[in-house]
Design a protein around this ligand. Sequence first.
Ligand code: TYD
Length: 215
Amino acid sequence: MAEGNSPPDRSPRPTTNRYVALEGIDGAGKTRLVKELARLLAEDGQEVEIVREPGGTAVGEGLRKVLLDGSSVSPWAEAYLFAAARAQLVDEVVRPALRKGAWVLSDRSVYSSLAYQGAGRGLGIEEVKRINQPGLEGTWPALVILLDLDPRTGLIRQAQPDRIGSMGTSFLAAVAEGYRHLARQEPHRFVEIDAGHPLEEVISSAWQSIRAVQK
Ligand code: TYD
């Protein structure tokens, strides 16, 4: 039997070590964690830029409305629109911030597209990676902090699920499996944290992983 059918990892190597992505299924607590980590970095005298995907630019906020509030969007249109919003954000905000030496804490990243569109929608992780690579031009997160959460708990925790977050447990379970697959494929880049643990522990583990990048 052939050993798995995952192609080798050809994602671009990070051009900087200060681009950090927070990932996980809806309701995992990324947004709160981003704020706490930004506070810790600022206390440490570091410059920090917080971004969220989709969004963060005029183009991206427009696409965010189409993607999250609107009625149905076909799976490939969805994947291209997320990639478009991301290309704009990386060009306008992420790359300039990294160039001036700031940390970029990103509430979601290209890895959301790989997990949600690639695995969740079933478009294929490699295929979705391929449509994202040109727009990123090698600007790829150095560290992905993945908050692990049971999809049922994620659904309960969401106050107002958006169009994608309200897809249901089996969709979110496929997304969660996609994330686990990516973490296994790229262990040098991923740190997995149990989002069911008390917040203080989650913050402390995430902070340690950022400190490790800093060294
Ligand atoms: P968001 O406001 O970030 O919510 P959450 O607090 O759950 O992170 O919502 C973004 C939604 O869009 C979320 O359901 C995940 C989804 N998404 C994708 O499907 N693909 C992507 O590439 C990105 C960035 C987000």
